[in-house]
Write a protein that binds this ligand. Sequence first.
Ligand SMILES: [Cu+2]
Length: 430
Amino acid sequence: MSRKPRLAQVRTPVKTRNGTTPTAGGDPARWRAGKVLLLLGVALGGFAGAYAAVTFWPWRGSETPPGMVWVPGGEFTMGTDAAAAWDDEKPAHRVRVDGFWMDETDVTNDQFRRFVDETGYVTTAEKPVDAEQILRQSPPGAPRPTDLAPGSMVFVPTAGPVDITGPQAYRQWWKWTRGADWRHPEGPGSSIEGRGDHPVVQVSWDDANAYAMWAGKRLPTEAEWEHAARGGLDGKTYVWGDEPFNADKPQCHIWQGDFPWRNTAPEGRKRTTPVKSYPPNGYGLYDMSGNVWQWCSDWYQRDLYRERRGKGVIDNPTGPPRSSDPAPPFTPQRVQKGGSFLCNDAYCSRYRPSARHGCPPDTGMSHVGFRCVKTADTAKQAGARADDAEGGRSGLLVALLAGLACVPALVLTASGGRPPNLTLSQGGVR
Ligand SMILES: [Cu+2]
């Protein structure tokens, strides 16, 4: 059959209501307005769909933030009843936490440098010491500190064997060092040259929080941290299970030799090591034992677990309302977890996941770093402030890419071909 009759039919001029015959292009203004409306509808629909998907879809299914792994929520045994453990780890008790994303490694020097370059942030250790603050945190009658030059705490091996028992023993190998900061972890003569993939150290709790906020993340609670460190192995002594540390085939980076004076590790591995140097735990997290201590968001309370006795399963704990520890009664402390390259069974054995200790939030040390976590809440609160490459704005970007793909056409149509002033940051998505 010939197509001619149908074509002819289509091309037959139609009379409009006022009796005129429309020209080939119709009324140009009305056609353009129609096109604009259509494109606007498509753009809005796409945007709304993508935004809803990113916002309401379960986090795990949607997208993995770069450099993070998913830690599934659940119940676990926090603390321990092991005889050899420290008092503040007891008793073991049941805790439940929601799932979250966690940085698969400690924050590295390279990552921290990007934060500082972008924001101009000055760390605690780079600022003069606040004498008033020190006095507020000292026993009554303590002398006013005289050396207020910027600095931080550096581990310095002793010349030979020393008595490592007693609460003040650490003073023999921890030295207040002028000019020590994250760029100079061991003081003015040192640098992080060639250590870009090592964990950043000499960061205070405040520094860690500033970084986390910038990255659209937050510090983990102590419960989240311990749940993550255990990697699904409930009630085990170590993050890899129950087998003791094996010096011939180390499971993590802790002190090798005689603490605190003879370090038998090869040159370049006597302090921090590059992240991912040792096998990850069951959740794919590296260095959850040893290398550097990691800041948590909680205040440190020494007898917290005894208070939890008989209270059943503790749900998503965020720590006590204030710090409390009889050892330094005037100094508030935040929790640190994981142990460091200084840990060893002769001294502290705190590289076990139940181990914990407190440290004043303004204090950086050459064996203390951190890593961040992220939940749907964090992303919504901090996403708008976050850095692109850290994944914090990814929700906004996905929505923009899906919904606004039509925008160039839309704007060009409406503006008759003139390039628009389009500001994507006005999206207002939180
Ligand atoms: Cu230790």
